[in-house]
Design a protein around this ligand. Structure first.
Ligand code: PLP
Length: 422
């Protein structure tokens, strides 16, 4: 296990002296990185060197892992969302229903299509989008639903799929936080028209930055290929050594949102450890659930239908009255100081997220009020209630031992006992 020494050993709480770090290096990643370095090909837009690109190798491995016919790697989770939305036909003026509690990219990627994000409230138990709220948000301009698997919960895929089918909508599954999770025994990212992944540095599978779109639909995969490589796609015919493997098929205009060969090589290696890491986190989360429930804290639940749960973040909520009496930022900071591993707040709901501000960009100058006015007018009471009450631990902390988990529980007990009340 890769660990680092941490400050805080003097804080007076018994805990292990070091925490697992994330991301984790390995000799096998280094070997593949060296192979890329000396290969003469650092990107898929480089010349063919007589062997498959790492990007293609990773795409094949990840498609098999997720259980879809196709996987197209991209530069980021955001690029995956944008290319998937566009490949599924979402365009200017369309409305896209997104959860009110999530990373800002779910709203900004929709705006980037000149489409309108419509945030809906989430469920109290799983923090994921409430199918009843989605039903109420569907109108004549709705084109798609983006279901987000958040922290350690899968979205209510059965209900959302049902709604999408009944209203003829596209369903995109944002699995940026759920690599390896399973719902009704099929992997996250294999349920909707397309699944989108992020391989940014905090995620469960990472190459620092990166992403992927998974889909069973050949037309969607082909569109994503063009959208992420300036309108180019892999040649159908064998490529001569020294020639370009990407050809100017130009079925759709695109942009450059490609993963580099270095990133693809790291992902290919990291994927071999994902299941084992997910299993360790699941085991430790169960131990932490038991300990924190005894303190009156409420761990996040996952959707009915989950057959394999993964932990991107471990989140608990405080009871409303207690949260109102405490300064949650200060509690998080004190837990972080004592433990030496970060404890913080959950994502800010989209109606109060300062990062979503299309009016700050010239490209939206001619957009209508539905984009320029932002999301402040939406009512997301449950998302805001969770935000006021939730504390969150990063998944690296769940890669530790029982001692690490017990240290977390002991620190919560001590801090909640002594934190100043207003
Ligand atoms: C991280 C994340 C994204 C964005 O991914 P990037 O790789 O940072 O662009 C999108 N959606 C969710 C739910 C995420 O957690």
């Amino acid at each position: 296990m890769t660990t680092r020494n941490t400050a805080g050993a003097s804080a007076g709480v018994e805990f292990a002296p070091s925490w697992p770090i994330w991301p984790q290096a390995s000799a096998s990643s280094l070997a593949l990185l060296e192979e890329v370095l000396h290969s003469g090909r650092w990107a898929i837009s480089g010349r063919h060197r007589g062997r498959p690109s790492f990007e293609r190798r990773f795409a094949a491995a990840f498609a098999q892992y997720v259980g879809t016919a196709h996987c197209v790697p991209t530069a980021s989770g955001t690029a995956s969302l944008m290319t998937a939305l566009e490949a599924c036909g979402v365009g200017a003026g369309d409305e896209v229903v997104v959860p009110g509690l999530t990373w800002v990219a779910n709203a900004s990627a929709v705006a980037a299509m000149n489409a309108v994000p419509v945030p809906v409230d989430v469920r109290e138990d799983t923090y994921t989008m409430d199918p009843d709220a989605v039903r109420s948000a569907i109108g004549p301009r709705t084109a798609a639903i983006v279901a987000v698997h958040l922290y350690s919960s899968l979205a209510d895929l059965r209900a959302l799929q049902d709604l999408a089918d009944r209203h003829g909508l596209v369903l995109i599954e944002d699995a940026a936080q759920a690599h390896g999770a399973r719902y009704l025994d099929r992997a996250a990212g294999s349920h909707g028209h397309a699944g989108t992944f992020s391989m940014q540095t905090s995620k469960l599978l990472t190459s620092g930055e990166g992403g992927a779109v998974t889909t069973d639909r050949a037309d969607v995969a082909r569109a994503v290929e063009h959208l992420r490589a300036d309108g180019r796609s892999y040649s159908d015919a064998p490529t001569a050594v020294g020639a370009m493997e990407l050809v100017e098929s130009a079925e759709i205009m695109g942009s450059n949102r490609c993963l580099s060969e270095f990133q693809a090589a790291v992902l290919l290696d990291q994927l071999t450890r994902l299941d084992e890491q997910n299993a360790t986190r699941l085991h430790n989360a169960a131990r932490l659930d038991d300990r924190l429930k005894q303190l009156g804290l409420k761990p996040q639940e996952t959707a009915v239908g989950t057959t394999l749960r993964t932990y991107y973040s471990y989140v608990v909520t405080l009871e409303e009255g207690l949260a109102a009496d405490l300064d949650l930022d200060a509690v998080g900071a004190e837990l972080t100081r004592r433990l030496g591993t970060p404890v913080g707040r959950c994502h800010r709901p989209l109606d109060i997220n300062p990062l979503y501000r299309p009016s700050s960009r010239a490209r939206f100058r001619r957009a209508g009020p539905e984009i320029l006015e932002g999301l402040a007018a939406y009512e997301l009471p449950t998302a805001n209630s969770i935000y006021r009450r939730a504390l969150m631990l990063e998944h690296a902390a769940l890669l530790g031992t029982d001692d690490h988990i017990d240290a977390v529980a002991d620190a919560f007990a001590a801090v909640l006992d002594t934190a100043p009340r207003s």
